[in-house]
Each structure stands twice: as C-alpha cells, then as structure tokens.
Design a protein around this ligand. Structure first.
Ligand code: ADP
Ligand code: MG
Length: 672
C-alpha cells in the first residue's frame, strides 16, 4: 500500500518536477509566419506537429470530459496544487496541456492521503474509509462536515479556476486549431501544388525517360557508327600503311629516276649538240632536196616534152552485153618491134568495102587502116591502167604546167566512162577525174613536207550549142541556170573565168565526189527538157591549182582541164530533114564546128601560126590557157568496138592521128 502512504505534497512536487522539462521543452510547433520549406522530408516534419497537436487536443478534451470526477484530495495537497498551478505558463502548447492532463490524471487515481492534522477526522476521500465518529459526537461530525464543506468549496473554487484556465486553454487551442487549419489549408494548397509539381515532375520524368530511351537508342546507333568508324579507321590505317609502303617504294624509284635523269641530262646535252649538228645538216639537206626537187621538175618536164606536149591515147571500149560480136580481125592491136612485152601503140581497123563487093559480085574486099598513137588501150584495159599512164602528166600541173585532157569520140564510145567513171560508184570503174584529183591531193601533201602549200578550186561547166552552163549550180539555178559568159578575170589578165559559175575550193576526194554527183544531177534535170543533151555537149571540169613555197618565196599556178567532148558523129546526110532533124543538124553543126576549131587551134599551135583561132568556139576560148605553148595536152580517142560504128571510128582515128602529128612548142612552167 505504498502509493497510498505517499504524501500529496510529494506527489505534486513530483508532478511539478515532471512538468518543468515539459514546459521548458521548446515547442516544435512552427511559429506563425514560419514558412515551410519545400521537400517531402520537410513536409513530413511540418505535418508531424499537426498530428501531435491533434493528439494533445484529444488529451485536453479527455481532461475536460473526465473533469466531473474530482479527485479525492486532502486540503493540503489541494493548496499545494493551487500554488503550483499558476506556475504553468499561460501560453503552453499541446504538450503543456498534456502535462497538465498528466498531472490531473495522476492525481485522479491517487488514494486519499489521511489528514495530518491531529484531532481532525481524517478527510481522505478515497482509499481507506475514515473512521466513523460515534453517533454522539455530533459536534465532531458537524466540524467534519464544515471542514469537508470548506474543502469542497475550496475545491470548487480551484476547479472553477482550473475550468477557467482550461477554457482559456481551449480557446487558445481553438485559436491555434484555426491557425493550424489555415496552415493546413495552406499546406494542402502547397501539397496540391507540390503534387502538381510532382505530376509535372512525373511527366517530365516520363519525357526524360523517353528521351533517355531515345538517347540510348541514339547511343546504340552512335556506338554502331563508332564501331563502323573504328573498322574503317582500321582499314584506313591498313591503307595508310600500304600507301606509306608505296610512297617509300616510289621515293626509292624517284631516287633511282633522279640518278637516271642526271645521266639522261648529260645524254640530252650530247644529243642536243648532235641535234644542232643534224639541224645544220638538215638545212643543207633541205637545200639539196629543193635543188633536187627543182631538178626533178625540170627532168619531169623534159620527159613529158620528149613524150610530146600533145599526146594521143586510143581507147577501145569492150563489147557490151547485148551488142553484136564483131567479126574476128575487125580490130587488131599489132605488137610493136619489142613484141608483146611492148606497150601497145598500134591499132588496125579492117573495113569491108560493101559497095565495091556488091558491084563486082565478088565478096567485099576489106581495107585495113593502121593507126599509131602514143598509147593504145585494148578493150580489156582497166581504169587504173589508163590512169597510170596519165598520172605523171597530171602531176605536171602541180609543177606549174597547164594540163588539158580530152576525151574525143562518137557517142557511146566510152568518153564519159573514161573521164568520170562507170555507173554504181564502184571504185574499180572510177574515172580519170576522181583519180587525178586524189593523186594531186596526195602529191600536194608530200610536197607539203618540202614547204609547199597547195590550194585547189574546182569548176564544172557544159558547153551546149555554144552556150555555157554551170554544172555545179544549186538551188533554183539547178539544171536550167542562167547562161554563163567566159570573161577575162581582170583587165590585162590572161586568166579566164566563167561568170555565174561556181568555183568551189576542194581539198579531199569526198568533196570532189559530191561535185561530180551534183553535175550528174544537173545533167539529169537538163535531159528532161532536151533529150540526150549530155552527149551533145562538152563537159569541162577545171581545177585551178595554186602552189606556194613561203620559205623560198616561190609560187606556181596552173589549170588542169578534163574535158568530156560532145559526140563527134556526123549527121547522116541521107536522113530526111524534119523539124526535129533540123534542130539536130544545128546541134551537130555547132559540135562539129567546135571540134574542128579545136583541131584548127591545135594545128595553128603546132605550126606556130601567129593567129590561133581560140575565139572561134566557146570550147577553145575557155581552154585557151590550157592549150598554149607551155601547156601539155592529152587526147583520148575513144573507139566503139562495133563494126556498125566503123565509119565514125575511122573518122575519130583520123582526127586523132592529125592531132598526134602536132607538136606544140616547148612548155614553160607558169612560174612567178
Ligand atoms: P560516151 O560518153 O562516149 O557517150 P559512155 O561513156 O556513156 O559513152 O559509154 C557508153 C556505155 O559503154 C556505157 O554504158 C559505159 O558504161 C560503157 N563503157 C564505156 N567504156 C567502157 C569500158 N572501158 N569498160 C566497160 N564499159 C564501158
Ligand atoms: Mg558521154
């Protein structure tokens, strides 16, 4: 029964001692106006006192409710407690209230301590029941009752005070509760804000995670790239090593080359010296070569002169498919004194005199006509063989000697074939014109090595019925171009030119072929208006050749004329003269006139007559510069192999023989 024996004063003192640290303990409540710092831990701390306060208030409420049961206290302890009660600081937090509560709670279960006052009835309220006064001791009982009443009054007063205090505390606590409620709301607001921030943070976190993923992915790619680059680097390092090795090799070679170069330089120096010697020698050689070239030209000319400045070649065309085979012995090609190895120069034509045979009744006797020319080409001779014979003559034109080549003969004897070539563009049957030009171009190129430069200008005209027409006309003038006139190139000039005719510079055989093609087209167009005009007209292809040796100041110029003459046949005197025949007669007379003029001109030149009748025909006038004293002339007499053409063949052969007998004076090169 120790607690019941304990003095209430000690009890109160003990309570006071217990209270002190509680009172002095610093309040953990935030001071009004204290700002909470953000952060979850701080928030925890901030919220903690609230809970604690709530617990404190609960305790206070408990006290209030437990109040109606007053503890059984003795008077002294009551007084003692009254003296200690005011010591409680007015403004105590919930802990203070708790302390008070604790005190009160502790007081409650305390057993009533018996009164110490001697003589007085023990006033203990609880614990051991006081001994009852005897019934007779009324005074004592009254005294007890008074004492008890007084005690109760005091107790009531104390309790009232306490009640007042507690109400004050309650008010204060309510005030604090309001403040705390406001704080709580602020904190809730703060919490909401923090939550929003947290959400935002979450969102940001999510974004950051996504970003992290993305970056990780990028990192993966970059790592892959890095690996690739590393591989590449390894490859490049390998390559670098290879290149370094090559460089080293090259450097070694360079050094070797430099050594070789220095050797070569010495060699070059000696070679330069040698080259200088050679150059001097070359100049001397050039001089010699030029001298030799001039000598060659002189000798070449001498040779041509020895061959004759006017030469006649006879060419017999083969019998064409469908033509009657001539009787054997009609045309014979007797060998020369040297036998069959000699180049043929003779031709025999056997002609049977039918009239004499008919008159006497005996078989017609044959008359043999022998002809001799510079060269005779039997029917089997090819174009190349023919050209071979005239190549040297053509070359004379490059040396500055005018050259003129005619094809004479009746229509169908092979003049056009000889001059232009056969049909179909077969190179085998190419005529003299394309062959001669190709030869000239090639020789001119060779002479270019000796310092000579050549230029060639071509023209192609036809003379029909004493009118000159351009065969190279193009456009509207094609075929029936306006008439051309032969004029002197300038006053006092020996050179002749054809007005309205095209003079086309040529430098290769393709250009020449194009011109020949154009001439063929022009003739074809003309043929539609005037039948067979081509065989009734002279075609004159002329090439103006100009050469220059700039180094030596030498120049030479000469025309090369290639003439396909009109058919030499004469009109049959037995034919009746209708309107067509009259026209034909006029044509023939014009042709015959120009051909006989050609003969006369050649004769006059041969006989060195003072007057040469060039002007008597357009043909001789146009060819004036190609027939003069310095000119070289070649006439092809084309013969048909047919017996039916024997009369015309003999006429042609006779004309050609006359020409062949002519000798035109010594040729002079047209040098300037
Ligand atoms: P011309 O011009 O004298 O009237 P052409 O040259 O037109 O005669 O020849 C008449 C025909 O004879 C043509 O069909 C031609 O191809 C042919 N001819 C002429 N000469 C020869 C030859 N040497 N070889 C083959 N055919 C030829
Ligand atoms: Mg012809």
């Amino acid at each position: 029964m120790e607690p019941q024996q304990r003095s209430p004063l000690l009890e109160v003192r003990g309570n006071v001692e217990l209270k002190r640290p509680l009172v002095k303990a610093p309040s953990r409540l935030p001071l009004p106006g204290t700002r909470f710092k953000r952060g979850p831990d701080r928030m925890e701390d901030a919220l903690e006192p609230e809970k604690k306060r709530t617990r404190g208030l609960d305790t206070v409420t408990k006290i209030a409710t437990s109040h109606p049961r007053p503890p059984a206290l003795t008077v002294r302890p009551q007084t003692q407690s009254q003296t200690t009660a005011p010591k409680v600081p007015k403004k105590t937090g919930p802990r203070c209230s708790t302390a008070i509560g604790t005190v009160l709670k502790k007081q409650k279960p305390d057993p009533a301590v018996p009164a110490q006052k001697p003589g007085a009835a023990p006033p203990t309220l609880g614990g051991k029941k006081p001994t009852k006064r005897p019934a007779w001791d009324l005074k004592g009982q009254l005294c007890d009752l008074n004492a008890e009443l007084k005690c109760c009054r005091e107790r009531t007063q104390t309790l009232n005070q306490e009640n007042q205090q507690l109400q004050d505390q309650l008010k204060e606590a309510q005030q604090q509760a309001r403040v705390l409620g406001a704080e709580c709301r602020t904190l809730e607001g703060e919490l909401a804000r923090v939550q929003a921030q947290a959400e935002q943070g979450q969102q940001e976190l999510g974004n950051l995670r996504a970003r992290v993923l993305e970056l990780e992915e990028q990192l993966g790619t970059q790592q892959g790239l890095v690996q690739e680059l590393q591989k590449e680097q390894v490859g490049l390092q390998e390559e670098r090593r290879g290149l370094a090795a090559r460089l080293e090799e090259q450097e070694r070679r360079l050094q070797a080359s430099e050594v070789a170069l220095s050797g070569s330089q010495a060699e070059v120096a000696s070679l330069r010296q040698e080259a200088a010697t050679q150059a001097t020698l070359l100049v001397a050689q050039g001089e010699r070569l030029h001298g030799l070239e001039m000598e060659r030209r002189r000798l070449h000319n001498q040779l041509q002169e020895l061959k004759g400045n006017i030469r006649v070649f006879c060419r017999v065309r083969p019998v064409l498919p469908g033509e009657p085979t001539p009787s054997p012995g009609f045309l014979l090609f007797p060998s020369g004194p040297g036998g069959s190895s000699d180049t043929p120069t003779r031709l025999s034509v056997s002609r049977s005199d039918e009239r004499r045979g008919t008159l006497s009744g005996t078989p017609a006797p044959t008359t043999r006509h022998d002809f001799s020319f510079d060269r005779v080409f039997p029917p089997g001779s090819g174009q190349d063989q023919v050209f071979e014979e005239i190549a040297m003559l053509v070359q004379s034109a490059l040396d500055g000697y005018p050259v003129c080549i005619f094809a004479y003969g009746q229509t169908g004897s092979g003049k056009t074939f000889t001059m232009e070539g056969g049909p179909g563009g077969d190179p085998q049957v190419e005529g003299l014109i394309p062959r001669a030009l190709r030869h000239l171009f090639s020789v001119a190129q060779e002479l270019g090595g000796q310092g000579w430069t050549y230029s060639f200008v071509a023209s192609y005209v036809e003379i029909y019925n004493e009118t000159v027409r351009d065969l190279l006309a193009t456009g509207t003038r094609k075929g029936q171009g306006s008439e051309c006139e032969i004029r002197r190139a300038g006053p006092g000039s020996e050179e002749l030119t054809v007005t309205n005719a095209r003079y086309v510079p040529v430098s290769c055989e393709k250009e020449v072929e194009a011109l020949l093609q154009l001439a063929r087209q022009n003739r074809a167009v003309a043929r539609t208006s005037q039948n067979e005009r081509s065989s009734r007209s002279h075609s004159v292809f002329q090439l103006q050749i100009s050469g220059e040796h700039a180094g030596r100041g030498l120049q030479c110029a000469a025309p090369l004329s290639l003439v396909d003459l009109a058919g030499s046949e004469r009109l049959d005197p037995g034919l009746a003269l209708g309107p067509g025949e009259r026209e034909r007669l006029r044509e023939t007379q014009a042709i015959n006139s120009s051909l006989s003029t050609l003969g006369l001109v050649i004769m006059a030149l041969s006989n060195k007559e003072s007057h040469v009748p060039y002007r008597n025909s357009k043909l001789t006038y146009l060819l004036q510069n190609s027939l003069g004293g310095s000119a070289k002339m070649l006439m092809f007499v084309n013969i048909s192999p047919l017996e039916e053409n024997v009369s015309e063949s003999l006429n042609s052969l006779r004309f050609a023989s006359k020409v062949n007998q002519c000798v035109i004076g010594t040729a002079q090169a047209n040098r300037k």
